[in-house]
Design a protein around this ligand. Structure first.
Ligand SMILES: [Ca+2]
Ligand SMILES: [Ca+2]
Length: 199
């Protein structure tokens, strides 16, 4: 039986997101999800989770969480997509209740090399990726993502000479990806191929 890395089942740090607004953590690495206003917002929770040694759980309730901060570089954690760099479990209230969407030109979720993420119970939508595969979700080489009870909608991607038809409008996977009980579609009709996977 092949070994697949996963998030730890033992209880780790848990962050409860209480705000739908997009805001950064005021002190990354102190173990506390807190913006300058003292609230725990989704981006702040992801930033703090990335600084944890073990698996961090982020619980987001029902609501529409709009990624609205634009960093100077889109790969930065402080803006654009949510960059997962550690071991993360992200849990929503259900795909019809919890929505994460973007108001800036970037995707929603990027699981970076060696990161392990479990995402369930939410819908991501309105992602845009220019020059990189994966309009809403991207899984890098040597990264692992488990998606369950989810929706992926209304997102597009372009990459170089390849047009949006094949760039993975919804999800791009170059690592390990498990999908269970999810509905995934690209933005129609612009991105009719919602999932791209490269070996
Ligand atoms: Ca903090
Ligand atoms: Ca980002």
């Amino acid at each position: 039986m092949a070994f697949l890395p996963g998030v730890d089942s033992a209880a780790g740090t848990t962050f409860e997101v209480t705000q739908v607004e997009d805001a950064v953590d005021a002190s990354i690495g102190d173990g506390v999800c807190a913006t300058g206003a003292g609230t725990c917002n989704l981006r702040a929770a992801v930033q703090e989770a990335n600084a944890q040694a073990g698996t961090a759980t982020i619980n987001v309730g029902a609501g529409t969480f709009v990624l609205s901060l634009l960093a100077d570089r889109l790969e930065e954690d402080a803006g654009g997509d949510l960059d997962v760099r550690g071991k993360l479990r992200l849990v929503g209230a259900g795909p019809a209740d919890t929505f994460i969407q973007s108001a800036v030109p970037d995707r929603i979720l990027h699981v970076h090399e060696w990161a392990v993420a479990e995402v369930r119970g939410l819908t991501v939508r309105s992602g845009v990726s220019s020059g990189s595969y994966g309009g809403a979700v991207r899984v890098d080489p040597d990264a692992t993502l488990s998606l369950s009870d989810c929706g992926v909608f209304d997102s597009t991607a372009t990459h170089g000479a390849l047009n949006i038809l094949t760039a993975g409008g919804g999800v791009f996977n170059a690592g390990t990806l498990d999908i269970d009980r999810c509905v995934i579609s690209g933005k129609s009709p612009e991105a009719p191929v919602p999932v791209r996977a490269d070996p």
